[in-house]
Design a protein around this ligand. Structure first.
Ligand code: ADP
Length: 498
């Protein structure tokens, strides 16, 4: 038919029309074959590029075209300089040069559409792989231990590559050690001798003795000497691996290396944290022990000084006994502060809160600190004020404020307990040296002292307010101050009511 009438020149247009929207490479091939059959009235078969009968005729083809080969005409579709597919048209008569030219153009157009479809397919494949990798990343980047991670990686890689067996190796010097593996039941073992030493390991897509295929990818762990720290992922399956598989394998091992590095970093920081916590605990214990063991001897020293004063010492001896008593009290206070500081710093700092009457509590605290000197004026409500609080810790905070007010002023001081805005407020007011405005926040920091207290040589450590604020904070309250230098200060503890 071709010989008699020749090919209609619209064949090319029809092929173009039929292929216009086709994106699937296999469908492109099937369509070209069917349009050729329809238009020529001859059988058209599709041959692989590697087919022997094809190679003989058009092996050298780097461009698409049509060739006469015995009783057939071969149309070569070429993509990226390689024959991808060959359409074989049966013929029983000669084709004119014009027919062959038209068939050559059909081959060229088929090549173009096929190449587009392949590129599109690859993009889609990349997108699918990208989504799968992102999903894998979500799973494996959360691991904090190597063993379960290695098991998860092997399992994922087995699924990713449809493999019968997948093994993750870690390299220690020249040795390779399996870190984790995953296999289908009955899967054969990895070949005993993988080409591990060679640089080719990174690119190896090879076959085992029994015809199975395996692929290897090098794991390069970031931040380390590659030879020491690298590893290897090996996957094995019946179907051969292709270039696309290797690209995915490379992405997968990059992700795996990141996940392994993550685990290592996590372990490092966990180790550092543990060491830090241990040394902190040791420091806290040491401080608590010192502070605690100071108190016993100090109480004895203070007690004897009081006895000597009561016995009626006079003159130099009396003033020496007064000094011993004052200094031993100071040391006692210091050791109490140190003890409180150590306990607020320890991880287990907590309160033992019970709802109780704050009025009675404040009355007791003031009476103890005032010790009959009459320097503290107290105003409290007539009704009980119920607040959940830790008696001994809050006592420590309140005493710190009272002792400071007495220390930093020579005039009497005022203490007032009242309720405002659903808060119980303990106010300690003095008319002493006050605090320079710029240094107000500093006095609540650890060891923080104001310059005027230092300059005027008031003894102190800068621990008391820091501890007091911590204690009030953990009660869910606030410790604040209003002060004017040279005029005086009012410290306020605000606590939520019961
Ligand atoms: P310390 O009194 O032992 O130095 P504190 O932590 O109790 O430590 O107080 C921190 C600093 O706050 C003091 O050094 C002082 O500068 C200032 N301060 C505290 N209470 C008063 C007060 N009532 N009047 C003036 N300054 C004060």
């Amino acid at each position: 038919m071709i010989a008699r009438k020749g090919l209609r020149s619209e064949v090319l247009e029809r092929v173009m029309l039929a292929l216009a929207d086709e994106r699937d490479p296999q469908a492109v091939v099937a369509l070209v074959a069917s349009v050729l059959e329809r238009e020529t009235g001859r059988r058209c078969s599709v041959l692989e590029a590697g087919d022997e009968s094809v190679r003989r005729h058009i092996d050298a083809a780097r461009l698409p075209g049509a060739w006469t080969a015995g009783a057939r005409v071969l149309l070569a579709a070429v993509v990226d300089g390689e024959i991808r597919v060959v359409f074989a048209l049966e013929r029983d008569d000669e084709l004119s040069a014009k027919d062959m030219r038209i068939l050559g153009l059909v081959a060229a157009h088929a090549s173009l559409v096929l190449s587009n479809a392949l590129a599109f397919d690859q993009l889609r494949q990349h997108a699918v792989e990208g989504a799968a990798l992102a999903e894998a990343a979500r799973t494996i980047l959360g691991f904090t231990e190597l063993k379960p991670l290695a098991a998860a990686l092997s399992g994922l890689s087995r699924r990713f590559f449809n493999a019968e067996r997948s093994v993750l190796y870690g390299r220690a010097g020249d040795e390779l050690r399996s870190l984790g593996s995953a296999a289908l039941p009955g899967a054969p073992p990895m070949p005993a001798r993988l080409p591990l030493e060679s640089a080719a390991a990174e690119e190896a897509l090879a076959a085992t003795g029994d015809g199975r295929a395996f692929a290897l990818a090098q794991l390069r762990l970031p931040g380390h000497d590659a030879s020491e720290r690298s590893g290897l992922l090996a996957v094995m399956r019946p179907a051969p691996f292709e270039k696309g598989d290797h690209r995915l394998l490379e992405s997968f091992v990059t992700l795996a290396a990141l996940a392994i590095r993550n685990v290592e970093l996590y372990e490092q920081s966990a180790r550092a944290n543990r060491a830090l916590a241990e040394s902190n605990a040791f420091k806290d214990d040491l401080m608590a022990m010192f502070a605690h063991d100071f108190k016993g001897p100090l109480t004895v020293i203070g007690g004897f000084a009081e006895l000597m004063i009561e016995d009626g010492l006079e003159g130099d001896q009396r003033s020496a006994a007064d000094t011993i008593l004052a200094q031993s009290r100071r040391l006692t206070k210091l050791s109490e502060d140190a003890l409180a500081l150590a306990s607020t710093q320890s991880a287990g700092f907590s309160l033992d809160r019970t709802p109780d009457d704050l009025v009675q509590f404040v009355v007791e605290a003031v009476a103890d600190v005032d010790a009959g000197s009459g320097r503290i004026a107290l105003a409290v409500p007539s009704e009980p004020v119920l607040v959940p609080f830790d008696r001994s810790r809050l006592r420590h905070a309140v005493e710190n404020l009272l002792v400071n007010a007495l220390k930093y002023s020579s005039a009497p001081i005022q203490v007032r307990l009242h309720v405002a805005n659903a808060e119980a407020r303990i106010e300690v007011r003095d008319w002493g040296i006050g605090i320079p405005a710029a240094e107000i926040e500093r006095i609540f920091t650890r060891f923080g002292r104001a310059s005027n207290a230092r300059d005027r040589r008031f003894a102190g450590t800068g621990i008391g307010l820091y501890v007091a604020r911590k204690i009030v904070d953990v009660h869910g309250g606030r410790l604040t101050v209003a002060s004017l230098e040279g005029e005086g200060s009012t410290f306020t503890i605000g606590l939520p009511l019961y």
